[in-house]
Write a protein that binds this ligand. Structure first.
Ligand SMILES: [Zn+2]
Length: 461
């Protein structure tokens, strides 16, 4: 039987009696609440990562009280702690203005009476008058300790919205039994909804580090922070086996190492029958001779062979490329950045691309087959065209001749922008997850996201 019950029983038995010296009502001890404090279990930078929408934030309220009060205004028993939240700035994204992520649910919770913001913590039974929407009342559990003042702790789970930039404070208050007279209250520090991407899909040739440097947090985060409320962290950079560390992946030999350029790629080496690719002695002498009809005919034949040789080189480097990727064993299914050295001697703008297989004056089309373009050059020219990178599935290969640091930054930020799609709920930037302006255009036309894409990253519809 508690002191409060004793008191009421006494009052009931002797409703009009004044306590006498010989028959005193027992001295009633009441609960006097002195203060309440509340803390949220969030990092010091207040970010709550909401990639997973069932993420819960622990709020702990500590009530300080005395239980020896004789003031009849005080409480008969330890009160519950009432938890509510505030939206500092009153600018959180409304439910119906937030991204609908699975055809039904939305990231935003503001102005949604069906949203559940609270969940009872196992250590504190809780009730709510509005299905845990705006408020919850949790039992405060007395803590061990002696002395005049005592403490009781109530815990509750807070379930924020999923829109980047939404912010909340958790408010704890203690009321008298009438439910309307507030005894004391307190607010927590602010928490802010963020999403994060820990980008592990970075691969590099053992001897290279340009992509490690270009994907560091300081290089990427300015695109995301603070406006998009996305925190990028560079994950593990995977170094590839040294057997894959060749100057040109287009010369790679299955199992490791490199074919010999240009010796292994002479017309005679690449042909399947004699003089299929290599000009005959007669063709060469006719071409060098003074008989203009013979010279023209020989030129046509040699150019046709040179064009076939060009095709054979392409077939060869594609085979090498396949062998390199097979040996590297990198999945093409997830957004990946890959640093290698160069593509191929004829495609990299390096000085060792020149060959000496063909007579002067021969011209072939060295444009990328399938491009429909014409780019006539001498086949022995050092560089047919320069390739700085390409896509293979979701792998973006960035060659060492990537060009400028500014371009490399755009490529890395663009690919990491795509990769956020599988890290947290957001809309597509557009068709093919590409946007109509700035960083996420198919080419990547700026180093920062457009305002519309920032909204998409936050989860605002
Ligand atoms: Zn893209």
């Amino acid at each position: 039987m508690c002191k409060a019950e004793k008191a009421s029983k006494c009052a009931k038995e002797k409703p009009d009696a004044k306590p006498s010296a010989t028959q005193a009502c027992p001295v009633v001890k009441k609960i006097k609440v002195l203060k309440v404090e509340v803390v949220v279990d969030a990092p010091s930078d207040k970010q709550v990562m909401m990639n997973k929408l069932d993420t819960k934030v622990l709020a702990t309220a500590t009530m300080t009280y005395r239980d020896d009060s004789t003031d009849t205004e005080d409480l008969d028993k330890l009160p519950k702690i009432r938890f509510t939240y505030t939206d500092p700035g009153n600018n959180n994204t409304k439910h119906n203005k937030s991204y609908k992520y699975d055809g039904t649910n939305r990231l935003g919770k503001r102005d949604n009476t069906a949203a559940v913001f609270w969940e009872a913590h196992p250590e504190s039974a809780a009730t709510s008058s509005d299905s845990f929407n705006t408020m919850a009342k949790a039992d405060a559990k007395p803590q061990p300790g002696s002395g005049e003042t005592k403490t009781a702790v109530a815990k509750i789970w807070f379930k924020p919205s999923g829109v980047g930039g939404d912010n909340f404070t958790i408010d704890a208050s203690v009321y008298k039994p009438d439910g309307t007279t507030k005894i004391c209250d307190a607010s927590s520090s602010e928490i802010e909804v963020w999403r994060e991407i820990n980008f592990n899909n970075i691969y590099t040739m053992d001897s290279e580090s340009y992509i490690d440097a270009a994907t560091k947090d300081a290089e990427i985060n300015p695109a995301f922070k603070p406006k998009a409320y996305v925190e990028y962290t560079q994950g593990t950079v995977t170094k590839l086996a040294s057997s894959l560390d060749v100057k040109y992946i287009g010369l790679y030999k299955s199992g490791g190492g490199s074919l010999v350029w240009p010796t292994d790629f002479s017309p005679a080496k690449l042909e399947s029958t004699p003089n299929q690719l290599a000009p005959t002695a007669t063709e060469l002498s006719d071409y060098k001779g003074t008989n203009s009809a013979k010279k023209a005919a020989a030129k046509t034949k040699i150019e046709a062979k040179a064009q076939l040789w060009f095709s054979a080189i392409i077939t060869a480097y594609r085979k090498s490329l396949d062998a390199w990727f097979t040996d590297a064993g990198i999945s093409t299914a997830s957004n990946t950045l890959l640093a290698v050295k160069y593509y191929h001697p004829k495609l990299s703008g390096q000085s060792d691309g020149a060959t000496t297989f063909w007579p002067a004056g021969i011209q072939i089309n060295v444009a990328n087959p399938g491009s429909g373009l014409t780019n006539n050059k001498h086949p022995d020219d050092t560089t047919w065209r320069e390739v700085q990178g390409f896509n293979r599935g979701k792998i973006v290969v960035i060659f060492k001749n990537y060009g400028t640091a500014a371009r490399l930054k755009i490529i890395c930020r663009h690919e990491i922008g795509h990769a956020t799609k599988s890290e947290f709920e957001r809309d597509l930037f557009g068709t093919g997850d590409h946007s109509s302006s700035k960083l996420m255009t198919p080419y990547g036309s700026a180093s920062t996201f457009s305002a519309a894409d920032i909204k998409i990253l936050r989860g605002i519809a």
